[in-house]
Design a protein. Structure first.
Length: 504
């Protein structure tokens, strides 16, 4: 004999309390609503059969009628919700009343390239979204129909992203109702740079996470992991700072695989804005602070330019009437310097301004051209008016003047990295921390030479309950940096085996 649908017998496990709460929440929030009698009959049927909202979404009109939903309009309402994929409980009610606080954690698996020419970077990361759902307290699994975000926008993505996401959230802690919904994201993201100080510039790798248009800030807000700030404080400053420092992590030597850049730390923005459709949305912005390792350009461009200029100075060793040798030396070095302009152009995008290295190349060309002009003046004018010793004295004065000018150009070029502390990794960390601190309005970090992307961002306001920018958090091994494990090396947080030694 078959058991009728909705009969409560020992053959069917009882539906969990969390599942009942999700089903009741969905039916009570259904628009247009169904009658309370039909709602209770559906809940009894689901509870008796040990089923959840996923089963309800697959019922047809005849099955709904058999379960006690007599009104065709009510059946149509349920079927329409199932067709739209909207069989989901409403967001949990939180205390104090307000939106759900969704905490964001990001774990970078790799950052492939930071392209100066294309103004973008490629990476792969895990985007973890966490929140507390009181309806899941005491549960062991997440029942069907549990509310979750259904997705967010990554506003500065370029082209198609490869995204693999959980079908539904997973339960992390049944004592608090803590749940996690994770996405594995891989793609390319725009990264606007300010190159005035190139190659001594800094940058902020930006990642913009925007609330999906189907939601609003009345439903949930995005905040850093543990960062109960900007109007939603739940933790003390110390607790929030500690958790926030672990909200962005790197794995498998991410910070070591970017040869050209020194990766120092990160800061976060989180706030609400009004969209173009007049709906208020929540946004989360991550800034990874990096500084360019400039020694490559010093060795491959600046050093050859300096040597070619020194060779160009050898034109003063020839007599004033030996114009051919003087011209040959200066022109050869001038052409060699001009060729390096193409090397510089190949590593930079087209800009409407001169970068620091552009200025240095132009200064080099000017000094080398001045050597040639002096040779022409000596041959065409001064040679006839000055005797031999006077010609040699004039050449010496010109040599010392042009040499002093060029040495001054070299010193001025390297003044910025030495003044800002960009000569060592520790100095880069201090410089980036000062710049990031300036973004949050703390001190004069932005006023002390905010080269690169930091120089074009206005300061926001101090960190606190109404702040928009977090503190600067440095990447530290064992806290938020987990390098690749070498063979034979014990991993951090190694666990003991579950089993016992049966030989004992």
């Amino acid at each position: 004999m078959s058991t009728p649908i909705g009969a409560s017998t020992a053959l069917y496990p009882a539906m969990s309390n969390a599942g009942m709460l999700m089903a009741r929440g969905f039916l009570e929030a259904l628009v247009p609503p169904i009658s309370s009698a039909a709602r209770e009959r559906l809940l009894r049927a689901l509870e008796g059969a040990g089923q959840g909202l996923a089963t309800l979404a697959r019922l047809d009109a005849d099955a709904l009628r058999e379960l006690g939903v007599e009104s065709p309009l009510e059946r149509a309402s349920l079927l329409a919700a199932a067709a739209d994929g909207a069989v989901m409980a409403p967001p949990p009610r939180v205390t104090p009343p307000g939106p759900v606080i969704v905490e964001v954690k990001i774990g970078f698996m790799h950052i492939e390239a930071i392209s100066t020419v294309d103004q973008c970077y490629s990476c792969r990361f895990f985007l973890d979204l966490l929140w507390d759902d009181p309806r899941l307290v005491g549960a062991t699994t997440v029942p069907d129909g549990t509310w979750f975000l259904k997705g967010v926008y990554l506003l500065n993505a370029l082209g198609e992203l490869t995204i693999h996401a959980y079908e539904k959230p997973i339960l992390l802690d049944g004592k608090t109702g803590r749940v996690l919904w994770a996405q594995d994201v891989q793609g390319t993201f725009s990264n606007s740079m300010s190159l005035h100080d190139f190659p001594f510039d800094t940058d902020m790798l930006e990642l913009y996470v925007h609330q999906a248009e189907s939601a609003s800030r009345d439903e949930y807000v995005l905040r850093p992991y543990g960062g109960g700030w900007n109007g939603y404080r739940r933790l003390s400053d110390g607790e929030a700072h500690e958790r926030e420092s672990r909200s962005v992590q790197t794995f498998f030597d991410v910070t070591a695989e970017i040869d050209e850049w020194h990766v120092s730390g990160f800061s976060i923005e989180a706030y609400e804005i009004t969209g173009g459709n007049s709906i208020e949305y929540s946004e989360y912005h991550l800034f990874v602070h990096v500084a360019r390792r400039w020694r490559y350009y010093a060795y491959k461009i600046v050093l050859p330019l300096t040597i070619s200029t020194a060779f160009c100075m050898s034109a003063f060793l020839y007599d004033a009437d030996d114009l051919s040798n003087r011209n040959g030396t200066s022109v050869t070095m001038f052409l060699a310097t001009s060729a390096l302009l193409y090397v510089v152009a190949s590593v930079l995008p087209k800009t409407s301004y001169l970068t620091a290295i552009d200025v240095f190349v132009v200064q080099t060309l000017f000094v080398q051209f001045a050597i040639g002009v002096w040779s022409w003046l000596m041959y065409g004018l001064l040679r006839m008016r000055l005797d031999g010793p006077a010609q040699r004295l004039a050449d010496l004065v010109a040599f010392l003047t042009l040499a002093a000018i060029y040495v001054g150009c070299v010193l001025a070029f390297f003044a910025h990295p030495f003044r800002s502390g960009l000569c060592t990794a520790a100095g880069m960390d201090r410089h980036l921390a000062r710049l990031a601190h300036g973004l949050a309005g703390g001190g004069d970090g932005g006023a002390r030479g905010g080269g690169g992307a930091h120089g074009r961002v206005a300061r926001r306001g101090v960190h606190g309950d109404g702040a928009m920018v977090s503190h600067f958090h440095r990447f530290e091994k064992g806290r938020n940096v987990w390098p690749r494990k070498s063979p034979g090396e014990l991993p951090p947080k190694l666990l003991k085996p579950h089993w016992v030694d049966l030989r004992a």
